[in-house]
Design a protein. Sequence first.
Length: 308
Amino acid sequence: MKATFFLISLIICSNVSAWSWKSGAALYVESLNDKSWTLEKSNVPEKFYAQDRPSQVAKTNLTVYIHRPQTIKSQSPVIVYIGGCNGWDKFGTNYMIEHIGLLKKLNLPIVHIDYLGTRGVTGNCEKNKSDPSWISVDVPGRDLVATIKWMKQQPWIDHTKIGVFGFSLGGGAATFVSAYHPNYYNEMFGDIGPRAVFAVYPEACTYLLKTGQGWNTNIQIVGGEEDDESGIPRQLELCKKVKVNKANIEVDIHLYPGVYHSYWHESVNQLSIVRRGDGTLIRAKYDKEAKTDSIKRLYDWMSKYLLD
């Protein structure tokens, strides 16, 4: 594989109208407008040359949103946030706003990766069925790698204390960051990768087992025992079988009994059957206790590894 090269240009946006080009972005900016924080928008022209990279995706830029407290350390720990498959539709935007709001309580800079909107996916990624890459972890996984590699070049970031919070499809990408991928992850970070990864009901452990990959950084995965994402019954149980590659790292797989996929979403207030873009059927239901515990675990995990 050829080396990955990308440049970044930083645009500081001072008003909401500057981002009205995307349906959910204006709501996102308005809801997260806080005088004690700055909100910046950056474009990362990333280029991947692996054969399995769809050409139309390889030629697009990646947008990231950077939330920074007005006062931070000269070299600060940072959390990368990568969300789920709903993108900038109303449902997805509301949860991106909630997740960023939760992370702000840690008072650390946040880099939010928009792996869908910059490619014209303004709604649910599963509506883009003509390109199966939209509903795989390949695209967000590579975007996450590109973003972290850029972060390691920034002087205001403590490169030894990068955390990753991945949600659903983004959680699958986050698990890949913790494990070596046969094509490109062996060389992605050098000696220092993310220090802490937190993944909410991801869908990648099946692949990690098939390819013999293993954990390389501190990772916590939370999800329901009955999660059948990707059409695989109790699929998160497979995460417990992924090997550990490095000594002195912590792996915590916490599964909630009787809980299904999408337990974070209050709107799914009764057991529902959801058809995914690839035709698979999964069960989904909100669970308040599981969500509350997951949020506490997120705070504890990031505090332990980024604020020590």
